[in-house]
Every structure is written in C-alpha cells, then in structure tokens.
Design a protein around this ligand. Structure first.
Ligand SMILES: Cc1cc2nc3c(=O)[nH]c(=O)nc-3n(C[C@H](O)[C@H](O)[C@H](O)COP(=O)(O)O)c2cc1C
Length: 152
C-alpha cells in the first residue's frame, strides 16, 4: 500500500527480509504499478528504492492498529509457512508479549522504502487500440519534468 507521496518520492512499508526486499538489495531499480482495470487506466513509475530512516519507520509503525503491529512480528513474510496454525501461534506469542493497549516496538526487520521516480507514465485505454501514453521524465540537466507522448 502506498503510504506517502511527497516531493522526495513514493513510500511503502514492508518486511526487510521479504522476497521483494532481497530483490531491492540486489537491484534498487524498481517500478511501481497502479492498474485501474475498470477505467482501462494505469500509472507506472520507474525509479530507485532506498530505505527510509529508522525514525520514519518507527513513526509510521506507531500509527498502525495493534493487530497489524502484532502481525508484523508474527509474519516472516515470504518464508515458507507449514500451516495456518503456525502463523496463529506466532501471533498469539507476540500478543502475549505485547498485550493490546501496550506500546508495540517496531520489529527491526520491518520498515519503509522510498522510491525516487525517474519517470512516471500515464496510460489510458482508447478505441481501436489507439491508447494514450503520456510519460513524464525527469530531465537529467535541469531536474525538471519533461512530458512526452509515446505510441501505444
Ligand atoms: C491491498 C493489498 C495491499 C498490500 N500492501 C502491502 C504493503 O504495503 N506491504 C507489503 O509488504 N505487502 C503488501 N501486500 C502484500 C503483497 O501483495 C505481497 O503478498 C507481499 O508483500 C509479499 O511479497 P514478496 O514475497 O514478493 O516480498 C498487500 C496486499 C494487498 C492485497
């Protein structure tokens, strides 16, 4: 889930030991895709991902509902899970440690990434496959955004 859009980029939160986090470790050049099928519309963003500060992750983690905070401790995201019961037991274990109402610390392996965009493309489906593709690209010299149209 996209949690923040700012001048610096697009921020989401995840488990730093997840499959996608390992992928980002190997290659931080990423894309974010926002398809909106009913409208035949899509926004795709290419950019570079980097971890947000521990403070920013702490601040966001503290705003999450208690169940989501405990869930972050319970889930070894992307690892093989033998049974549903195992996940539930891990949840109960964390819930006993930090009962509802107590301050749940952020797991050290959980936090955010910010994607600094290099280009942002807006795609709109249209008749006879004559779709619109409008792409904003960050100019390498001036740092401003240049808008171009592409063949569909
Ligand atoms: C509506 C929705 C929102 C999601 N948001 C996130 C999110 O913000 N962070 C996250 O790590 N996974 C999120 N997920 C789960 C991911 O789709 C994915 O299953 C998970 O991140 C594991 O991916 P990986 O094993 O490729 O790292 C979301 C799933 C849905 C359906």
């Amino acid at each position: 889930m996209l949690k923040d859009i700012s001048a610096g980029g697009f921020t989401f939160f995840t488990n730093y030991q997840s499959r996608k986090a390992h992928g980002i470790d190997l290659n931080p050049n990423v894309s974010l895709l926002f398809p909106w099928y009913a409208m035949e519309r899509q926004v795709s963003i290419s950019g570079v991902a980097e971890k947000v500060s521990a403070q920013e992750s702490d601040d966001y983690f503290a705003t999450r509902p208690w169940g989501s905070q405990i869930g972050a401790w319970a889930s070894a995201q992307s690892s093989h899970l033998v049974s549903r019961e195992e996940l539930e037991q891990r949840f109960q274990g964390a819930a006993q440690k930090w009962p509802e109402g107590s301050a749940v610390p952020r797991p050290p392996h959980w936090g955010g990434y910010r994607v600094t965009p290099l280009n942002i493309e807006f795609w709109q489906g249209r008749y006879s496959r004559l779709h619109d593709r409008l792409r904003y690209e960050r100019s390498t010299t001036a740092g401003n955004w240049e808008l171009s149209r592409y063949y569909p």
